[in-house]
Design a protein around this ligand. Structure first.
Ligand code: TXA
Ligand code: MG
Length: 315
């Protein structure tokens, strides 16, 4: 659809109602979902066909909105002021109080945030009045989409609406910079050159590695989400002192605590509930969380991937 005021207003309405909207940014097209709505975010992973929950970037209208989501050091703030709106994504500690689904950052305690510099993206963010979680609008493993037609051929079935803002300006994704450690660390080189960043902070930036495969690194660590409790996967039975993480038509019976990710067996709903459920069951103090089988089709593959990581021996 043409990215005029009328369609942007419609897109904002759709975002608020949990639907997915593809929209142009100055880098590439994004497939956007209300970042505060876990099910909407789960639909993004399902649509992309991502085998794991690679964390997503939260798009905000500006620094003010970002400060409600992440903890900004003086350096982070200086960078946001210098480069936003623009193609610099800052990874910062996520605030406890942030109203953002755990699924956005794949259960990590950090969050990637950027304010895009494109009139359509900015207007959409303003009207939706929500932070918008959006990966590049291509199927996982494909090249990022820099034109609405690419989005349509890759994800046409899942985006309820594609705002056509013409070809994007950069055609290369944003630079992703982590400000979580002692020194700034580039996680993905991108549209903002590193020396421009170094000039602003007056400090050398560390490179994650040479090959550029760092992108998936948060998700690649085997035990990257590590609850205190042990996880026992594909459980069919459990003891009264175990907690139960169930899926589908399962009666937990006597157990320490239980949560059903989706009693109706809906994988999207299950994905949306996964990280919060693990957290809650972990807090029950159970030594072991028994996890009933979750199908591996569709987004079930990503759910099982995360469960396996959570169950892996601790690094
Ligand atoms: O230009 C862009 O950044 C585009 C437009 C749509 O904004 N978006 C984009 O999103 O490229 P995506 O999902 O394709 O890439 C996001 C990158 C991934 O490499 C992911 O691992 C990293 O950001 N990332 C997201 N959250 C992170 C976090 N909490 N810690 C470390 N890396 C994170
Ligand atoms: Mg991408």
């Amino acid at each position: 659809m043409p990215a005029n005021a009328e369609w942007i207003a419609e897109a904002a309405h759709m975002i608020r109602s949990g639907a997915l909207v593809a929209f142009p940014t100055e880098t590439v097209y994004g497939l956007g979902a209300d970042a505060t709505n876990g099910e909407a975010v789960a639909r993004v992973f399902a649509a992309k066909g991502r085998p794991t929950f690679n964390p997503l970037i939260v798009h905000v209208a500006g620094i003010e909105q970002a400060l409600m989501i992440g903890s900004f050091s003086a350096t982070a703030r200086r960078l946001a002021e210098a480069f936003w709106p623009g193609p610099l994504t800052l990874v910062v500690p996520k605030l406890e109080t942030a109203n953002v689904s755990d699924l956005v950052s794949a259960g990590l305690p950090t969050i990637a945030i950027r304010a895009p510099d494109h009139p359509v993206a900015r207007e959409l963010l303003k009207e939706a009045h929500r932070p918008i979680a959006a990966p590049s609008a291509n199927r996982s493993g494909h090249i990022s989409a820099t034109r609405a037609e690419h989005v349509a051929s890759d994800l046409g079935d899942s985006a309820t609406l594609i705002l056509n803002g013409g070809p994007t300006a950069h055609g290369l994704e944003s630079t992703v910079l982590s400000l979580v450690g002692a020194r700034p660390l580039v996680l993905r080189p991108g549209a903002v050159p590193l020396d421009a960043i170094e000039q602003v902070i007056g400090e050398k930036i560390a490179r994650a590695n040479e090959s550029g495969t760092h992108l998936s690194s948060p998700g690649q660590l085997r035990s990257h989400y590590a609850p205190r409790s042990k996880l026992r996967l594909n459980a069919k039975t459990w003891t009264p002192d175990e907690a139960v993480l169930a899926f589908g038509n399962v009666a937990p019976g006597t157990c320490r605590a239980s949560i059903n990710l989706s009693p109706s067996g809906d994988l999207i709903e299950a994905a949306a509930n996964l990280f919060a459920a693990l957290r809650t069951l972990d807090a029950s103090g159970a030594g072991t969380i028994a996890v009933t089988p979750v199908p591996t089709n569709g987004i079930g593959e990503a759910i099982n991937d995360r469960l396996e990581r959570a169950a892996a021996p601790r690094d």
